[in-house]
Design a protein around this ligand. Structure first.
Ligand code: GDP
Ligand code: MG
Length: 437
């Protein structure tokens, strides 16, 4: 699936020190292929990867974040933006407020009508009336009636009538008379787009002037979903999309493309046959789901929040001049601690991550390192080379550690220093200090 594909592609990026034209191109090729395989419209996939590329290349690599992780974050944010960014709410201002359902047969209109009535009744304290406008299949009216009984919402229907427009108008009249403040109009669909169905739903819309016209689409229909959405939108200019059957073995492609192609928000998703299987659509969560990497994304966010740009610049200068000292080492440790989950985060800090790699990363490990550094004189901290045997013994005593621990730290510090010098002499180092959120 898409998430596995992307993950694999990002794995290839792992270990790369920087985001360059070349490794981005490789990754984006995979991303684009994964999107296409997930039934994302090729134009959408193309413009998506173009945007990601632009963002990635303009992005300076934060010291605390691996390029692959940064890429995941960029892709995640772009996916979120592609799907509308924010959660789109229903606008139900009319009294009664009117919602019109549209979509092909089998897309889930009737089921969703029941789900939405149930939800708005429970959560928004609405008094809904369901309307059965399918005049072709008596079974469809029965289906809605059964749903209505389950959720204790009345269903308006006119057995024998062949005029869905009139049924809808009569239902609204009835709602006004009986004090219902929400009318949900379920309509008939066809198996494929057809002129009669389009004329009919268009006529209903014109007659009742709904607050919300929702286009319901089966997310498992992939690329077809996008085409259907486009045609319905041309005729109805609907307000929002409902993606049903997201519970199954669904590819995420439809969600990705529809928003871009019709420029209408996805408002709800259906995640099962039961009446409580309805959710508001959250673009960021959908991006998480598609990527299957929510943990990394939030990790990068946390690191970005906590990381101090000025501090990075200052450190950069010191490393270049070979002045990285124990005060900086201490500052880095504090940086790690501020970020939270130590085991996870320590490895993200170049230098420090390496130095404490073999130590059990818990607060105690930091405690003895900190204690040792605190027991040094200012001169010793800035010029560790003065630390001879006598001084080491004194520090071990003062910090309540052993001479071996002090020696180990000094050795690790030395390695860290060398490594950081090496890293900053490379190209990546030059990119390191600048990082914008
Ligand atoms: P309509 O023809 O557009 O009114 O579609 P229906 O509401 O009758 O739904 C068609 C079929 O899809 C029914 O068997 C529903 O139970 C099923 N269905 C609807 N929504 C969902 C969903 O979110 N998940 C799953 N798994 N099935 C759904
Ligand atoms: Mg139906």
């Amino acid at each position: 699936n898409l998430s596995e594909r992307l993950e694999r592609s990002f794995k290839i990026l792992k270990g790369e020190g920087k985001i360059t034209e070349i490794n981005v191109a490789e990754t984006l090729k995979d991303v684009r292929k994964a999107l296409l395989d997930a039934d994302v419209n090729y134009k959408v996939a193309k413009s998506f990867t173009d945007t990601v590329k632009e963002k990635a290349l303009g992005q300076n690599v934060l010291t605390a974040v691996k390029p692959s992780q940064l890429m995941v974050k960029i892709v995640h944010d772009e996916l979120t933006a592609l799907m509308g960014g924010e959660t789109a709410e229903l606008e139900l201002n009319g009294r009664p407020a009117i919602i019109l359902m549209s979509g092909l047969q089998g897309s889930g209109k009737t089921t969703f009508s029941g789900k939405l009535a149930r939800m708005l009744k429970a959560k928004k304290n609405r008094k809904p009336l369901l309307v059965a406008c399918d005049v072709y299949r008596p079974a469809a009216v029965d289906q809605l009636t059964v749903l209505g009984e389950q959720i204790e919402v009345p269903v308006y229907s006119e057995p024998g009538s062949k005029d869905p427009v009139q049924i809808a108008l009569n239902a609204i009249h009835e709602a006004k008379a009986k004090g219902y403040d929400l009318v949900i109009v379920d309509t008939a669909g066809r198996l494929a787009i057809d002129e009669q169905m389009m004329n009919e739903i268009e006529a209903i819309k014109k007659a009742i002037n709904p607050d919300e016209t929702l286009f319901v689409v089966d997310s498992m229909t992939g690329q077809d979903a996008v085409n259907t959405a486009r045609e319905f939108n041309e005729r109805l200019d609907f307000n929002g999309v409902v993606l049903t059957k997201l519970d199954g073995d669904t590819r995420g492609g439809a969600a990705l493309s529809i928003r871009t192609v019709v420029n209408k928000p996805i408002k709800f998703v259906g995640t099962g046959e039961k009446l409580d299987a309805i959710d508001q659509f959250h673009p960021a969560r959908m991006a998480d789901r598609i990527l299957g990497m929510g943990d990394i994304v939030s990790l990068v966010e946390r690191a970005q929040e906590q990381y101090d740009e000025e501090e990075a610049k200052r450190l950069q200068k010191k490393i270049q001049k070979n002045q990285f000292d124990f005060n900086d080492f201490l500052a880095q440790i504090h940086q790690i601690k501020k970020m939270g989950n130590l085991k996870e985060l320590a490895s993200m800090i170049p230098g420090v991550g390496k130095a404490i790699k073999d130590i059990d990363i818990d607060d105690n490990a930091f405690k003895s390192i900190e204690a040792i550094i605190y027991s040094m004189t200012p001169e010793e901290r800035t010029h560790p080379e003065v630390l001879n045997g006598t001084r080491r013994t004194r520090i071990a005593k003062g910090s309540g550690t052993t001479i071996q621990e002090v020696n180990r730290l000094l050795k690790q510090f030395d390695q860290t220093r060398k490594m950081m010098k090496m890293v900053t002499s490379s190209k990546m180092g030059k990119m390191m200090p600048k990082m914008k959120k």
